[in-house]
Design a protein around this ligand. Sequence first.
Ligand SMILES: *[C@@H]1O[C@H](CO)[C@@H](O)[C@H](O)[C@H]1NC(C)=O
Ligand SMILES: *[C@@H]1O[C@H](CO)[C@@H](O)[C@H](O)[C@H]1NC(C)=O
Ligand SMILES: *[C@@H]1O[C@H](CO)[C@@H](O)[C@H](O)[C@H]1NC(C)=O
Ligand SMILES: *[C@@H]1O[C@H](CO)[C@@H](O)[C@H](O)[C@H]1NC(C)=O
Ligand SMILES: *[C@@H]1O[C@H](CO)[C@@H](O)[C@H](O)[C@H]1NC(C)=O
Ligand SMILES: *[C@@H]1O[C@H](CO)[C@@H](O)[C@H](O)[C@H]1NC(C)=O
Ligand SMILES: *[C@@H]1O[C@H](CO)[C@@H](O)[C@H](O)[C@H]1NC(C)=O
Ligand SMILES: *[C@@H]1O[C@H](CO)[C@@H](O)[C@H](O)[C@H]1NC(C)=O
Length: 425
Amino acid sequence: MFVLIIQVITIVLALTISHQHRLIASPIVVPVNKHTDAAKPLYSALAHFNTSYNWHNQNGAPISEPEPEQRLLIDLDAPFIWHYSYPRQESCDTCPLSVTCRESPCTDLRTTFSYQSPSCPQPTNHSLYDGYYDCEFCPVNIINPVTGLCEQVIATYDQIMFPLNNSDVYISYYPTAGSTPPWTFDQFPANVFGVIALSSSEYALPAYLHDPVKKVIALCLPSTLSAPGALFLGAGPYYLPPPRSNVDVRSFISYVNLLKRPNSFGYFIGVEAIVIKNRSINVPGNVTAKISTLDPYTTLRTDVYNSVVRRFSKVTKRIPPAKAVEPFGVCFNVTSGGNGTKVPDIDLVLEGGKKWSISTANSMKQVTDDVACLAVVDGGPMSEHVIVVGAYQLEDNFLVFDLENGSFGFSSSLLRRQTSCSNFK
Ligand SMILES: *[C@@H]1O[C@H](CO)[C@@H](O)[C@H](O)[C@H]1NC(C)=O
Ligand SMILES: *[C@@H]1O[C@H](CO)[C@@H](O)[C@H](O)[C@H]1NC(C)=O
Ligand SMILES: *[C@@H]1O[C@H](CO)[C@@H](O)[C@H](O)[C@H]1NC(C)=O
Ligand SMILES: *[C@@H]1O[C@H](CO)[C@@H](O)[C@H](O)[C@H]1NC(C)=O
Ligand SMILES: *[C@@H]1O[C@H](CO)[C@@H](O)[C@H](O)[C@H]1NC(C)=O
Ligand SMILES: *[C@@H]1O[C@H](CO)[C@@H](O)[C@H](O)[C@H]1NC(C)=O
Ligand SMILES: *[C@@H]1O[C@H](CO)[C@@H](O)[C@H](O)[C@H]1NC(C)=O
Ligand SMILES: *[C@@H]1O[C@H](CO)[C@@H](O)[C@H](O)[C@H]1NC(C)=O
């Protein structure tokens, strides 16, 4: 008996140590896919939930099979995770446990950590689920990032898991998340059934990353549908794939401070100037730029947009122009240039003069065989943010959001380093 106990303890210790070792050795790598089948290009990551999802129709038949893994839309702004699931009721042991309206996460999600939109109705304690008394559920408003419409989810205590190093060992987090039926995702890319909140909110995923994984995420969005990019949960090293697996991506990265803005859990950085071919474009005062994976292209307030376009047109005079293609304002006939059309970098000059260089792959978007456009759009004279750095400009860039020390790391284009986001396994 005694020997048996010793053996059990030894096995438990061995397992614990090996898990610790795995955890410390490297961040968790989650594949990130690009989707172009919705109203705008979007990116998703694969997560596992240890809970049951089957919603039933009126005849009691499951609407779709329970899935152990779900694709979630990457959102740097969302205050909390929400996905397709069914909150716990008597007959469902493995469903996420619902939060009642008396518990503090309910108040938190409805007030401090809520989506901000005047279009949302006041939340009530009545749920969209039939047959339940007041307060058994906590309906919370969300803004659907694809349609922009206000909808409701039910707050639950959930379990989200990620495989460690492609093995069958999982690391679990227990977030307070939103549960919602599958039809909420009708306008999402195919097979995407939720939102993975990567913001600085206390209810977003980074806040749940715990020792030995640090509250640091790194994002490398793919530019292609054919090979995934990567989301890293935890601090580096972030090694390049073979044959350059001795290179830590952190050696390419510059850091600046992340800034806070009222009413947002998103990520902002200070921009001192925009420089194109040695000429600095005035940005009024110290402008903050928002980093967004939901805005497909960089959006500039009209005054800044006009200055950038004027300068960019000047330095690209040798490329024949083409009729502008919506939503862009500046396009070129690139027939003669083939795919060799190169344009000068657009440099975002950040804090301390650090330069985030936007090179051709991120500044020019091929819209037809012979037309390529400057992938920047006019946000209007009153746009909420002067600069929003959109997803097209983030592709094949390695970005680090370090919530331990409030810093933002950026690599500029990895293509210049003879690699890309699609090279991570
Ligand atoms: C992850 O896998 C790679 C190769 O598959 C291996 O070299 C590395 O040691 C593993 N890391 C951990 C933490 O297990
Ligand atoms: C996750 O689910 C599997 C099978 O459904 C179960 O064996 C396991 O214990 C669950 N893990 C946790 C942490 O609940
Ligand atoms: C919901 O119920 C809680 C707890 O009873 C109460 O504090 C809150 O005011 C109610 N909210 C609404 C909108 O009725
Ligand atoms: C940019 O400015 C530097 C110094 O101000 C100058 O040496 C360099 O020639 C300029 N480059 C171009 C392309 O004009
Ligand atoms: C910009 O910010 C820096 C540091 O925060 C400050 O020193 C400088 O005065 C600011 N400039 C303007 C024009 O606001
Ligand atoms: C681009 O230029 C070529 C050759 O000059 C011309 O045949 C073609 O129609 C032009 N395409 C557009 C979209 O302007
Ligand atoms: C574009 O460039 C690649 C290599 O840089 C080359 O393989 C390809 O043939 C080129 N395509 C066209 C249409 O010129
Ligand atoms: C934040 O931490 C990273 C390492 O995780 C470090 O490289 C970076 O310099 C730090 N940034 C600041 C502003 O301290």
